[in-house]
Write a protein that binds this ligand. Structure first.
Ligand code: SF4
Length: 222
């Protein structure tokens, strides 16, 4: 019974290859303001903000970085203060010891191996201490050179509900998405899903009756 329901739903919406472009276009129309919510004015600030955003809200990070970026302008500045001072300065983002350690390690590597500049290539970004694949993908995309697709909790949930993937593991979900999503959309696609996930396709109770994707979504309740 359940299987035939899923089969019917998939038949109703058609194959994902045919759905992906209209999905992107409609989400773009619904959320023209979808973009990164972290504030930064340089690649270095972007990297730091994304590193600090683990396990906390973007609003919280912006509150902390407003002061932080006035005090720490170059990679050297993060290494010039005692570790405890940096910990205090980022305390409100949570996991402050680990984050301070990652920031110091990253700044050291930037200075020693990258002339103090934030690298653009994913394989360089993921070498930086405390920079996981998701962080690296966000930074590369925001610097205008997406080399993968960011998979966070919203991207994962919506990709599954829209049946763009059947995978659970973020790396495998990303692999499915990069095969499906046109390359020129790799940067904005996660923002569209994230904003749609926050506003409409929310985790506990998706607002299908307000959704622009009902005829393209096998999980639609309307
Ligand atoms: S139709 Fe419902 S389940 Fe599908 S994307 Fe929209 S809100 Fe989410």
């Amino acid at each position: 019974m359940a299987r035939s329901y899923v089969h019917e739903a998939r038949k109703r919406v058609g194959p994902k290859r045919a759905r992906i472009r209209p999905i992107i276009e409609r989400l773009q129309a619904a959320h023209p303001d979808a973009q990164i919510a972290l504030t930064s004015r340089s690649p270095l600030e972007l990297l730091v903000a994304v590193m600090l955003s683990a396990q906390t809200t973007d609003v919280n990070v912006n509150r902390v970085t407003e002061r932080l970026f006035a005090k720490y302008r170059r990679p050297e500045d993060y290494l010039a203060v005692p570790p405890e001072e940096l910990e205090r300065d980022i305390y409100a983002t949570g996991f402050f010891r680990q984050k301070a350690k990652s920031l110091r390690g990253t700044m050291k590597m930037l200075l020693e191996e990258y002339d103090g500049e934030v690298p653009r290539r994913l394989e360089d970004l993921i070498r930086l201490p405390g920079v996981a694949r998701k962080t690296a993908n966000v930074v590369a995309a925001e610097l205008g050179e997406p080399q993968g697709i960011v998979v966070d909790t919203h991207v994962r949930r919506l990709s599954q509900r829209l049946r763009l993937t059947r995978q659970e593991d973020p790396v495998k979900i990303e692999r499915d998405l990069v095969r499906l999503v046109p390359r020129e959309d790799w940067g904005r696609f996660p923002h569209l899903l994230i904003w749609h996930g926050r506003r409409v396709c929310i985790a506990r109770q998706p607002l299908c009756e307000e959704c622009t994707l009902t005829d393209l979504c096998p999980s639609s309740r309307v």
